[in-house]
Design a protein around this ligand. Sequence first.
Ligand SMILES: C[S@@+](CC[C@H](N)C(=O)[O-])C[C@H]1O[C@@H](n2cnc3c(N)ncnc32)[C@H](O)[C@@H]1O
Length: 351
Amino acid sequence: MNEKPDTIYGRLLESVHISGYSFERACQKFKWLLTGGHWKTIGPGYDDIDKFIASINFAEFKISIEQRKEIAKMLEVEHATQRATARMLGVHHSTIAQDLGGNPPKPELEAASIQDIIENIGGNPPNTSSGAEVAKMAEKVIEKENRKLALKEKIASEKSIEIKDLPNIDLRIGDFKSVLSDVYNIDAIITDPPYPKEYLSCFSDLSKYASEHLKEDGFCVVYSGQYNLPEVIKRMSEYLTYVWTFCLYHVGKKQLVNGVNIMCGWKPVLIFSRGRKKMRYSAYDIVESKEREKNLHEWQQSESGVTGLIEIFTEPGQLIVDPFTGSGTFLKMAHLMNRKAIGAEIDTKKG
Ligand SMILES: C[S@@+](CC[C@H](N)C(=O)[O-])C[C@H]1O[C@@H](n2cnc3c(N)ncnc32)[C@H](O)[C@@H]1O
């Protein structure tokens, strides 16, 4: 090029200006074709808007968000599919869904920093500078988060299903001591006995049952109220070994307990075993309970709380028993998490 840099620079600015102007004009023409169904009369005639817009490609242009939204709305009126619109505009179809006021795309984990991901989700980054080890751990953490997301969707889709319609759930009506007497090799008992004082003997019965029916290395995970906690621990210790107290933290909703004038935001979940003290994997002892559904049973527990416990104390395919089933929240969640589940409920109206 023999021309001066200034001249070339001037031409460059001019070209950029013209291409912007040309694109603007192209947009105007496109919008005009969309109004009044003009696009249908082009050439031999289009009858499908998706086919028409497939013949135009705006993907290479830097289109403003406002312009994109305007075009997406116009195309929606013409019944173009979001995918065809997205292809034409060179964006992901979830962007168009959002532009049109639909559901935002599912959150995806951003791998901003592997260490951040691990720490954000409550894991301990390994004491190592090896990138490979950190990446491996991050992969596991992401897998776990993805499993949680998938479970959430599964729970939402099966929410209305009644427990009696679910396969692999064996709900027996009657006193658990007799109706569950033939069930052995239990991987975990996860249960929520009644808390009032007059039911305290249930905890002695449960302790005996668990000591005889749990696998050698299984755990008995028991919800308890606060009032009679010392007596509950005493009774559960009659045949079992005390391991730990987990905190089931009630996110959002708190309850004023009048007798003691305390605003209560958590529930003790007691862990007992046949002697084993150590968890298989390191576990965090605070489990969140997001909402407290009470549409089926006055004592109904939250689904989100128990899923955390099922994840900690069992593996897929293992057997969970709930001797105090109530509305069946624990059995249903066990089933959704691919565990086998057996329960007992003494009250025929509830089971
Ligand atoms: C606190 S509720 C369980 C609530 C349950 N977690 C839910 O989310 O719906 C305790 C249940 O145990 C039942 N129950 C009490 N004694 C029992 C026994 N010996 N055998 C079987 N069920 C019993 C009660 O009828 C009650 O429905």
